[in-house]
Design a protein around this ligand. Structure first.
Ligand code: C2R
Length: 179
């Protein structure tokens, strides 16, 4: 991630990887603030035979593209809504960057032809984790099996909620869910 301020969002990727017992190395690297370190880290990633890199950054998010430019490892970018974690008071609730994450999303996705980086939705670090697992699943059948179970669990949890909604009716359901 580009800054420690991204850690609360990027934690979502770590959580899903942990739940699949996938080892991951978590680092703060900035193309803007630590350009030499970015270069070194890309070499370290190649040497360590990383299978996927998840790179989260906000604002002028050059980190995912720049790390991709130094390696052949697939890079999944997580656009981060800057200042998302800098809400000191309740009244700061809407203190987001001027562009609400669109700045970061476009910086990540609009890479030049020949240098692709994929992007998940703004702040969707857990989706980056799941996508990384899908890439790994092509080489590791046990991960594919776990992903199938993960999908099935999602399916059953939607069915369960739908049944409850049917039983309670919408008004009671909403009161219970959002109380
Ligand atoms: P601070 O909270 O440290 O001021 O950072 C970070 O990812 C963070 O979301 C604000 C935002 O700046 C982003 N940042 C980048 C890069 N380095 C830091 N986009 C980069 O190299 O792309």
């Amino acid at each position: 991630m580009g800054s420690s301020s991204d850690s609360r969002i990027m934690h979502g990727a770590a959580e899903i990887l942990d739940s699949f017992s996938i080892p991951h190395e978590d680092q703060i690297i900035s193309a803007h603030r630590t350009p030499e370190r970015l270069n070194e880290y890309a070499k370290h990633a190649e040497k360590s035979k990383f299978k996927v890199i998840i790179a989260g950054a906000g604002g002028a998010a050059h980190l995912p593209g720049m790390i991709a430019s130094h390696t052949t490892i697939p890079v999944i970018g997580v656009p981060i809504m800057v200042y998302n974690d800098k809400q000191m008071k309740k009244t700061d609730k809407n203190k987001y960057s001027a562009f609400g994450g669109l700045d970061s999303l476009l910086s990540i996705s609009e890479m030049p032809t020949g240098s692709p980086v994929v992007a998940v939705g703004v702040n969707k670090a857990s989706n980056a984790g799941i996508y990384a697992l899908k890439i790994l699943g092509n080489s590791y059948p046990e991960i594919k099996t776990k992903l199938k179970k993960h999908k099935f669990d999602q399916y059953t949890s939607v069915l369960k909620e739908s049944e409850e909604l049917k039983k309670l009716g919408l008004t009671k359901f909403v009161k219970k869910k959002f109380r």
